[in-house]
Write a protein that binds this ligand. Structure first.
Ligand SMILES: C[S@@+](CC[C@H](N)C(=O)[O-])C[C@H]1O[C@@H](n2cnc3c(N)ncnc32)[C@H](O)[C@@H]1O
Length: 189
């Protein structure tokens, strides 16, 4: 589904479509995406340094994956250890609900800073729509997240969208995905 929002060249080697992944975790997307879309140049990152070794092992020998970097998405945009206006895409999967709201506070303006004009901010995960869960299972999941950490929880799509619009993005699309998740894509104007 992501491919629908990427230029055709992203699938062709040498295109150099630069993607910054926020919250890569163990690195499964850092392997899958660049392996299948060879025009991507994938920059994995996470704030948790314990993932560095795992990502390095998984992506070893992949020419279009950059060495893992430590990036705390809750930091102010100027503190992100990446160049301004460099990336074509900032990709973030299953993170904003499993992290304090400070991650969202940093993610949207941080992405706005490091994306080129026309670059995409992509998030994947569950959202509430108009304040309501889209499935009973998401309500249960939300309760379990909040029980683990009161600062975690499924976010409202409208709130995230409003933040994105305020940071200079336009919503390009929102796709229904399996297990009551959404793929959301904003474009930097
Ligand atoms: C549920 S895991 C998702 C991992 C991966 N994206 C996936 O979909 O499999 C959430 C990730 O967000 C990361 N994370 C949490 N807070 C963060 C922060 N402030 N900055 C960057 N990453 C963060 C965690 O370390 C973890 O790797």
């Amino acid at each position: 589904m992501l491919q629908k929002y990427l230029p055709a060249e992203a699938g062709q080697a040498k295109s150099q479509y630069n993607v910054l992944e926020i919250g890569s975790g163990t690195g499964q997307h850092a392997v899958y995406m660049p392996e299948h879309l060879t025009g991507l140049v994938w920059q994995p990152s996470d704030y948790d340094e314990s993932y560095a070794t795992s990502v390095a092992a998984w992506t070893h020998g992949m020419p279009n994956v950059k060495p893992w970097i430590r990036l705390d998405a809750s930091a102010s945009p100027e503190q992100w250890p990446v160049e301004a206006s460099w990336f074509d895409c900032v990709y973030n999967c299953n993170t904003v609900h499993i992290a304090p709201i400070a991650v969202l506070d940093g993610l949207v303006p941080g992405a706005a800073r490091c994306l080129k004009k026309g670059g995409k901010l992509v998030t994947y995960g569950p959202y509430k729509l108009n304040g309501r869960h889209t499935a009973e299972s998401n309500a249960d999941f939300d309760a379990s997240l909040r029980a683990r950490n009161p600062e975690w929880g499924i976010r409202d799509f409208e709130e995230v969208n409003q933040r994105a619009l305020s940071s200079g993005f336009v919503l390009e699309g929102r796709e229904d995905m399996p297990s009551n998740n959404f793929l959301c894509v904003w474009r930097k104007q």
